[in-house]
Design a protein around this ligand. Structure first.
Ligand code: ACO
Length: 466
């Protein structure tokens, strides 16, 4: 990664002056025309800078709040075709990965770019399995939280705290250190998540069990009670593993962008991943599955569905678990989860909310309001039902999302570190405030005596996410 002060260099394959395709821009302010290279369907924002109205003009910038039309990196990790409902990791379809692979194998694929050979996979699984313990001080650290602390807040703090236990991780250019950080974070995330849950429940923490697989071990750390050996139901362990695969990466989403942005300062990877956990905590990102359950409980019975959908169409409600910024088709992850819900309920007992969800989906997909807007079920429509069937409290849903997303965050962080085009992330702004004011001593300022408390709250603006 280049440092902050180096100038941008154009790398092969990206828009260059010699690119066959170009865009002609005529500046109506000056009448000047400019030829801007086009590559991979993009122009370089820096190429706009040459467009000026005068010599001392800073040059044209692009304005793109929320990055809705700006590619911030070149990435070979995850491919999404939102119109066609396609999701692939390193070229492999999510359907094939969910059918044949395990979460740990997919984590290897994301991080190293290729499926592992048998010895590589064995070593990887061994290394992850043997780094699941956390330092006893981390346990004490978690104990310090209030009994009702949100588990996501506890996870956020404890992942950040890990950086203090592994200061060598600051050597981000050392492949050995990067490997160890990847292993440690993937291995310890379930331990930290389960500790947060047990803390909320007032139950003793359960240490990892090396005889168990990754998802089995998580179930054991969550639910083991007096039995000397926890024996997980294989159907539940498999469903959890599939959920982990489905959540492993999703290209440049809000939390991944946070990891890349913070990591671009060359901070250690634990701190960068902590930024991802924080971003995922937000209700517009990791929290929608919880909202689906709340919605289903409110609807209560299939008879109430028509009224509920009428309220959605009147904009009084949102159909949670439907719609996506990128997918304008059935979210492929939702289709896969749906298949596993039955399997889980077979093990845990029926849940009337499932029938309600299936009926709600059917009615919505028969309705022009939703199909004309390309609103289809997303990954969150059914995942909450599985978590609930596993007796996982809703506060833990986002925590469980963070466990597998760790592999995605780390792979994206590593790709960024190795990318010679990347440097410290530092967007521009359009300044809209005052300038060149004269400082007034406090007693000379008019109206100051009228202020008695914090400034009045601004009206809330509707916000959208994906
Ligand atoms: N229910 C009802 N109407 C909806 C919904 C919905 N769930 N989602 C979108 N629409 C409507 C909008 O009102 C808008 O209609 P209009 O054109 O008549 O005004 C149209 O569909 C387009 O919607 P946008 O809000 O522009 O779509 P955007 O891409 O910004 O939002 C989002 C995507 C946030 C996911 C949205 O579909 C939504 O709020 N869904 C419900 C929450 C949810 O399930 N989130 C999880 C996403 S998956 C994940 O993050 C892991």
């Amino acid at each position: 990664m280049a440092n902050e002060n180096e100038t941008t260099e154009q790398a092969g394959g990206v828009a260059t002056a010699e690119s066959a395709e170009s865009l002609t821009i005529t500046d109506s302010r000056t009448g000047e025309s400019y030829e801007v290279a086009v590559a991979d369907g993009t122009i370089r924002a820096m190429d706009l800078r040459q467009i000026k109205v005068s010599d001392d003009d800073f040059g044209l910038m692009s304005y793109d709040p929320a990055f809705t039309n700006t590619a911030s990196c070149r990435s070979a990790i995850t491919y999404i075709d939102g119109e066609a409902g396609i999701l692939q990791h390193r070229g492999y379809s999510i359907e094939q990965l969910c059918e044949h692979s395990s979460y740990l194998e997919v984590a290897y694929l994301l991080i190293f770019g290729e499926l592992p050979t048998a010895p590589q996979l064995e070593r990887w699984v061994y290394d992850v399995t043997h780094h699941t313990f956390v330092h006893e001080n981390i346990k004490k650290f978690v104990e310090g939280f209030r009994y009702d602390a949100h588990p996501m807040g506890m996870l956020l703090a404890s992942v950040g705290a890990l950086s203090t236990f592994y200061p060598d991780a600051k050597q981000i250019d050392d492949p050995e250190q990067r490997y160890m950080a990847a292993i440690r974070m993937i291995a310890k995330m379930p331990t930290l998540a389960a500790f947060a849950y047990r803390h909320n429940m007032g139950l003793p923490y359960i240490y990892p069990d090396n005889d168990l697989t990754y998802p089995e071990n998580f179930l054991s750390m969550m639910f083991k009670m007096t039995e000397s050996k926890y024996e997980p139901d294989p159907r539940l362990a498999r469903a959890l593993d599939v959920l982990f695969i489905l959540h492993a990466d999703h290209e440049q989403n809000c939390s991944t962008n946070a990891v890349r942005g913070v990591g671009s300062s060359q901070v250690d990877p634990y701190s960068a991943v902590t930024a991802g956990v924080a971003a995922l905590y937000g209700p517009l990102h990791g929290g929608a599955n919880e909202a689906v359950l709340r919605m289903l409980r409110r609807i209560e019975t299939p008879e109430n569905i028509p009224d509920f959908l009428a309220r959605v169409k009147d904009r009084e409600e949102r159909l949670m678990g439907f719609g996506h910024r990128v997918y304008k088709n059935y979210d492929p992850r939702a289709r896969i989860i749906k298949k596993h819900v039955d399997e889980v309920l077979e093990a845990t007992g029926e849940n009337p909310l499932l029938d309600l969800a299936v009926e709600l989906e059917k009615r919505a997909l028969d309705d022009d309001f939703f199909t004309s807007r390309k609103l289809y079920p997303n990954v969150d429509f059914y995942s909450g039902l599985i978590y609930e069937a596993l007796r996982i409290p809703t506060g833990m849903f986002t925590v469980i999302f963070a466990i597998p997303r760790t592999a995605g965050w780390i792979s994206q962080w590593m790709e960024m570190i190795d990318d010679p085009e990347q440097k410290i992330a530092r967007p521009r702004q359009v300044y809209t405030g005052a300038r060149d004011l004269d400082y007034l001593p406090v007693d000379d300022r008019e109206g100051a005596e009228k202020i008695t408390g914090p400034p009045a709250r601004r009206p809330k603006r509707p916000r959208r996410g994906a």
